[in-house]
Write a protein of this length. Structure first.
Length: 88
C-alpha cells in the first residue's frame, strides 16, 4: 500500500542516515532537505513520513537535535555541532 512502510524499513534507513552522519558531521537540514539529499545520494525516493520517523528516532537517540527557525521551519542539526558551539 503506498505510503505504508515497515519498522524494518525505518530501522534500515535510520542506520544508513547514522552512517552518513559519521562521514558528513556538519550536515544540518530540513526534513524536505533530508529527503532530497537521500534522493540525490542514493538515486531513490523516500517518503516524507518515513524520513520524519527516522529524524524523530535520531533525535530520541540524541544524534540529532531539532531547531525551530524564525518562520517555523524545523532544522535537524547533529547534536555534536550544538554541543561544540555551546563550549565556545
Amino acid at each position: 500500500m503506498p505510503g505504508r512502510f515497515t519498522s524494518a524499513e525505518v530501522t534500515e534507513l535510520t542506520r544508513e542516515i547514522k552512517e552518513y552522519l559519521c562521514v558528513h558531521r556538519n550536515v544540518a537540514d530540513t526534513l524536505e532537505g533530508w529527503v532530497t539529499r537521500w534522493r540525490v545520494n542514493h538515486g531513490e525516493c523516500v517518503e516524507l513520513a518515513r524520513m520524519e520517523l527516522v529524524m524523530e528516532q535520531l533525535c530520541r537517540e540524541k544524534i540529532l537535535k531539532k531547531r525551530i527557525l524564525h518562520g517555523g521551519t524545523t532544522l535537524y542539526v547533529p547534536a555534536q555541532i550544538i554541543s561544540e558551539r555551546n563550549q565556545d
